[in-house]
Design a protein around this ligand. Structure first.
Ligand code: B12
Length: 373
């Protein structure tokens, strides 16, 4: 591939695709993807055969992972920074899904050849971010795997039933939202109990897949990493479903269980304490109040998850993310403090919860003078 073509692929199409996604212009996005495939694929009229097929597959992979995936990631940042609306983000994702379909259709003729084996790709229960899993599936198809792609939010029992029926060699589980980790753990353990190898991936599994490893799943950063792992033998094989505390002995202290059990009371009390500590809330519209309840709900969910994996960083990362989202919408981030204080008060007899909440509180606590402005 020549350098000129490469530069064209890297800079201009990325920016142009971004514009097309933001403007909801599906026709232009599809045309761009076709042009990008042609720009990095085999020359027009090139002889068919193994080499040309390989180049078509490689071009498809590059368009998926170097053009479409970064645009989706940028979408998340733009939404968090309040630069695009939720509707724009939804519309753009639908267009990206179509673009992935275009890559799949255009590269299908190059997929002839031996099949490496059969795998199943699925999102964990509750996970609506299907597009990352779809990228993984399409890349694995381009690499020669037969893929059963199950899509968004699949209950564990159905993943297990399907894998038993198809005798897939591996299950690849995707999750983007950390609060789904307890369910993901159950999915990992249940699939392994059915005798199948499990690879996990997606942002939920933490930096360098630290939570996947705790749950004894293999982990890869992206689709290329997954393809590389599948080419090696599983390490180490696990062949039994396990109760969660076998992998995570800290669960024996029951802090996670207690927070889950008292979740409703914790949220109710925190809402009352936020109203008390953040008087601006009294002027909130019904819609703003609902968003606040949702935010407090998330705080409790993320606290429970941080207890589950015993990692205060999971909670602080969430608090920093929430604070940034609030600032971008002109809401002072220390409005979260009364909620954290309420939880600290309610959970004062739970040392791990206190540690997690105290670390997050320190990040938010501004000088008093700043708070009164
Ligand atoms: C589109 C989108 C949605 C769509 C998803 C539609 C769809 N069909 O996928 C919808 C509207 C449903 C949605 C909902 C929500 N979303 Co959303 N969403 C996104 C967005 C903008 C893009 C997702 C995407 O396509 N990513 C593209 C891929 C390329 O990114 P990736 O995840 O990094 O995937 C790569 C690797 O992680 C890896 N990988 C992924 N899975 C696997 C699996 C295996 C086995 C392997 C090996 C590798 C692997 O390979 C991929 C390809 O290289 C992201 C932003 C982002 N950075 O991803 C936010 C984002 C993930 N969402 C976010 C949030 C908050 C939500 C909601 C909670 C919002 C709400 N209040 O309702 C809900 C949660 C719904 C749920 N329970 O799942 C946050 C999460 C932040 C956090 N604290 O965790 C993000 C990061 C946005 C942001 N910047 O704040 N969302």
């Amino acid at each position: 591939m020549n350098a000129g073509k490469d530069a064209l692929f890297r800079a201009e199409p990325s920016e142009q695709l971004w514009q097309a996604l933001c403007e909801g212009d599906e026709t232009r996005a599809v045309a761009l993807v076709r042009r990008a495939l042609a720009a990095v694929g085999p020359e027009q009229g090139a002889a068919t055969g193994t080499a040309a097929r390989e180049r078509t597959r490689a071009a498809g992979e590059r368009v998926l992972l170097e053009l479409i995936a970064p645009a989706q990631q940028r979408l998340g940042l733009a939404w968090a920074a309040n630069e695009i609306t939720v509707a724009q983000e939804h519309a753009a994702t639908v267009i990206s899904e179509r673009c992935i379909g275009v890559v799949a259709d255009s590269t299908a003729p190059a997929l002839a050849g031996p099949v490496l084996g059969r795998v199943l790709v699925s999102c964990v229960g509750g996970e609506w971010h299907a597009l990352p899993a779809r990228l993984v599936s399409e890349v694995l198809r381009l690499r020669g795997w037969r893929v059963d792609h199950l899509g968004a939010q699949v209950p564990t029992e159905h993943v297990v039933a399907h894998v038993r029926r198809t005798r897939a060699q591996a299950v690849l589980l995707s999750s983007s939202i950390p609060t789904l980790l307890p369910g993901a753990h159950n999915a990992i353990s249940s699939c392994q109990g059915a005798g199948v190898r499990v690879l996990a991936g997606g942002a939920a599994f933490g930096p360098q897949g630290r939570y996947a490893r705790m749950m004894r799943a293999e982990w890869a950063e992206d689709a290329r990493g997954a393809a590389a792992l599948l080419g090696r033998s599983p390490t180490p094989p696990v062949e039994a479903a396990r109760p969660p505390d076998l992998d995570l002995p800290h669960l024996a202290d029951q802090e996670y269980t207690m927070v889950c059990r008292t979740r409703l009371q914790l949220v109710k009390q925190a809402l009352a304490d936020v109203e008390e500590g953040f008087p601006e809330m009294r002027r909130y519209s019904e819609y703003q109040r609902e968003r606040t309840v949702e935010d407090i709900d998330y705080v409790v969910d993320y606290l429970a998850t941080a207890l589950y994996v015993n990692d205060p960083d999971l909670f602080t990362r969430f608090i920093v993310w929430t604070a940034d989202v609030l600032v971008a919408r002109d809401v002072p981030p220390w409005c979260l403090l009364p909620a954290l204080d309420s939880l600290l008060n309610r959970l004062k007899d739970f040392p791990r919860a206190v540690g997690i909440l105290t670390a997050a509180r320190r990040l938010l606590d501004p000088p008093r003078s700043a708070r009164s402005t």
